[in-house]
Design a protein around this ligand. Structure first.
Ligand SMILES: NC(=O)c1ccc[n+]([C@@H]2O[C@H](COP(=O)([O-])OP(=O)(O)OC[C@H]3O[C@@H](n4cnc5c(N)ncnc54)[C@H](OP(=O)(O)O)[C@@H]3O)[C@@H](O)[C@H]2O)c1
Length: 359
């Protein structure tokens, strides 16, 4: 990799602390929306200047999230279309190469992991990712870069829903619809670590993993009738699938005052369909309508939840990883030069679990 990046050595200056200064690097660009074939690996992409709160991370591994393949195919085109070419990728695990002037908690050479916000346009599919200080923390020593890169985006999504939105607490009953996926499994582990009683739905191949992670019940959604197999009511339901039937089921399983959270918010789809000016207010109105409807019909809180950078959350996630209580299995890793093959494999559902790109 080093031969592909143009590096100049400097000493510390007043603006940015760095070990070496990199001006260009490899990055996977998305010049237009489409299939995996539109992805282009360029070797001389200009690096922007670091802002005071930013950190330049020499990436070792980045994970592929469903958002990447959806963005590549045109999801969010009303937001991202005018900004093309963009760089995909949310998660990163690597080493701090340089820090902005106001960064205090991280230092050059430190191993870190973290994730960008869903709308970031300079993603992590690059040798040098740029994240703000609060989007990063020390990489758990017990995890390799490949293992670490699978965690932050999914775990922060689960964190936002369970901890910030539903504010789950010890002793509560939590249902995770789709525990077999990365967000779902992170949610199961977070809820178990909080001392909740966890039930989840997942494919047959994931049942043992859920029970081993501490779920009290793992229902195979293919072979079993989920609504008959699960008993009683829950304080919170995180629906990582967000289909009409899982939404209805999740809502029916809630106690009065409980929280239903779906990850399939419609803001980007509405904006794509009706344009930003009409689509975003229409999405807000639609969500409000559902909130009011379910508050009156079932006495529950309904929300679309999104991943958001949360430095306290990331810190706690790191602690859980270090304690062996949070891990997301990696199915396969590809070198970044095979990014098209990796996206192809995800599109065609050839690899069910996490796929990582190594740099
Ligand atoms: N709103 C946000 O900010 C945000 C952030 C991250 C992700 N997301 C969205 O959340 C979803 C999950 O993301 P992810 O990273 O966890 O994806 P993922 O790792 O690809 O997981 C998807 C899993 O869902 C399971 N599944 C499919 N249909 C199911 C059903 N009817 N019942 C139960 N489980 C079912 C499958 O698990 P089995 O193998 O067990 O069958 C599959 O592996 C994606 O749609 C993604 O776009 C949203």
């Amino acid at each position: 990799m080093r031969t592909l990046c143009h590096r100049r050595s400097f000493s510390l200056n007043y603006k940015v602390a760095f070990r070496s200064y990199v001006s260009t690097c490899r990055a996977v660009l998305l010049p237009r929306f489409g299939g995996p074939e539109v992805l282009q690996l360029h070797s001389n992409v200009q690096l922007p200047h670091l802002k005071p709160n930013e950190v330049l991370v020499r990436a070792h591994a980045v994970s592929i999230n469903p958002l990447d393949t959806r963005m590549r195919s045109g999801y969010g085109r009303s937001i991202f279309g005018p900004l093309l070419p963009i760089i995909l990728g949310r998660d990163v695990s690597g080493e701090v190469e340089a820090i902005g002037a106001s960064v205090r908690s991280l230092s050059v050479g430190q191993e870190v992991f973290g994730a960008l916000h869903p709308t970031a346009i300079r993603g992590t599919y690059t040798d040098y990712a740029i994240l703000s200080e609060d989007e990063l923390t020390s990489k758990p020593k017990s995890l390799s870069h490949v293992e670490a890169s699978a965690i932050p985006f999914a775990a922060l999504t689960a964190w936002r829903a369970l901890k910030s939105t539903a504010r789950i607490s010890e002793g509560q009953r939590i249902l995770v619809v789709g525990g077999g996926g990365a967000v779902g499994f992170a949610a199961v582990q977070l809820a178990v670590a909080t001392g909740c009683h966890v039930t989840t739905t997942c494919g047959n191949q994931s049942v043992d993993r859920m029970l081993k992670a501490g779920a009290e019940q793992a229902v195979d959604y293919v072979a079993e009738d989920v609504e008959l197999a699960i008993k009683g009511k829950f304080d919170a339901v995180l629906d990582t699938i967000g289909a009409p039937q899982t939404e209805q089921m999740g809502i029916n399983f809630l106690k009065r005052g409980g929280h239903y959270m779906t990850l399939q918010g419609e803001a980007a789809s509405f904006a794509d369909r009706y344009g930003l000016a009409f689509g975003l207010p229409a999405a807000t109105a639609f969500q409000l309508m559902k909130q009011i409807q379910y508050r009156y019909s079932h006495g529950i809180d309904y929300s679309w939840t999104y991943m958001r950078a949360d430095s306290d959350g990331l810190f706690e996630i790191r602690k859980l990883c270090e304690a062996g209580k949070m891990k997301i299995p990696v199915d396969k890793s590809f070198p970044i030069t095979q990014v098209k093959e990796a996206h192809e494999a995800k599109d065609r559902k050839l690899i069910p679990g996490k796929v990582i790109l190594e740099l």
